[in-house]
Design a protein. Structure first.
Ligand code: MN
Length: 250
C-alpha cells in the first residue's frame, strides 16, 4: 500500500518580543490541529514554508501526492484586482502569491487539493474569482461566521448540493460545521462549483468539476477531527492522493 506524501502550507507570525522563544524574529508555523488531523490518515506530511522564489514549484509539486491549503491570515485582495479595504485583518502578501502558484501547478499536474478556510478562498482566487474582504461590512443580514469566543467555536448549519463530490463524501445534504472566518467567496471562479452554502448564502464549499479531487471547505474539519464528517473528508482526500480506499485511510 503506497503511503501518500501530503504538502501543507504554513501560517506566518510577525516579529514580536512577546514569545518566550524566537524573540525579535518572524516565524513560519503550523497549528498542531492540522498535523494531528493528517496524522490520523495513512499518509506522511511535510510543511511547505512560503517561498519567495517560485521557480522550483513544478519540482516541489511533482514530489507531492496531494496539497493541503491551510487557514490563516487574509488573502491579499490586490491579487484579485481589488484595493485592500480599510479595517482589514493581517494580510499575507507573499503567501497569497506562493499559494496561487502552488494551486495552478497542482492543477496542471493533476494532484488532489484540499483547501481549508483561507485555502477554500485561495482556490477561488487562484482560478480567477474574488472575495468578500469582510463579511460584516459587505453582507447585510449575515449570520455569525466568526468565532469570537475561541476556544469556543461558532457553529452553523450548511446545505450541501446533492450529487456533488462533497455530498458523495459526506452522504448528507445538511450538516453543522464550525466557523471562523470574516472573508468569503464573492464572484465564483469559472469552472469552480459552489457545493455548500450557509443560511445567509455565504459559500461554504467549492469544487472543480473537471478535476479528480479539488475541494475547498470554508470550515475547519481539523478542529472537529473526531466528527464523522471530518473523518470522511480526510479519508476521501488521502484516498484521492493514492490508491488506498477511503475505508482504509482512517
Ligand atoms: Mn461559516
Amino acid at each position: 500500500m503506497a503511503t501518500p506524501l501530503i504538502g501543507m502550507t504554513v501560517d506566518y507570525s510577525p516579529v514580536t518580543d512577546e514569545r518566550p522563544f524566537s524573540r525579535g524574529t518572524d516565524l513560519y508555523f503550523q497549528n498542531t490541529a492540522y498535523i494531528r488531523y493528517l496524522e490520523k490518515a495513512q499518509c506522511v506530511q511535510v510543511l511547505l514554508p512560503t517561498l519567495e522564489n517560485l521557480q522550483k514549484i513544478p519540482f516541489l509539486i511533482s514530489k507531492l501526492d496531494g496539497l493541503l491549503l491551510t487557514g490563516g491570515d487574509d488573502v491579499y485582495s490586490e491579487s484579485y484586482g481589488e484595493k485592500v479595504m480599510e479595517g482589514s485583518w493581517r494580510i499575507d502578501v507573499q503567501r497569497t502569491h506562493y499559494e496561487i502558484a502552488l494551486i495552478k501547478e497542482a492543477i496542471l499536474q493533476e494532484k488532489p487539493i484540499l483547501g481549508i478556510c483561507r485555502g477554500c478562498q485561495m482556490l477561488n482566487v487562484a482560478l480567477g474569482g474574488t472575495l468578500y474582504q469582510d463579511i460584516p461590512n459587505q453582507i447585510p443580514q449575515h449570520i455569525q461566521h466568526q468565532s469570537t469566543q475561541k476556544p469556543k467555536w461558532q457553529t452553523h448549519p450548511i446545505k450541501i448540493e446533492p450529487g456533488s463530490l462533497l455530498h458523495k463524501i459526506i452522504g448528507e445534504t445538511e450538516i453543522t460545521v464550525n466557523s471562523s472566518h470574516h472573508q468569503a467567496i464573492k464572484d465564483v471562479a469559472q469552472g469552480l462549483r459552489v457545493t455548500a452554502r450557509a443560511a445567509d448564502n455565504v459559500v461554504e464549499a467549492v469544487e472543480l468539476d473537471t478535476a479528480r479531487f479539488i475541494l475547498g471547505v470554508q470550515w475547519h474539519p481539523e478542529e472537529m477531527q473526531n466528527e464523522r464528517t471530518s473523518e470522511l473528508l480526510l479519508g476521501a482526500f488521502v484516498s484521492a492522493c493514492t490508491s488506498i480506499s477511503p475505508a482504509e485511510v482512517c
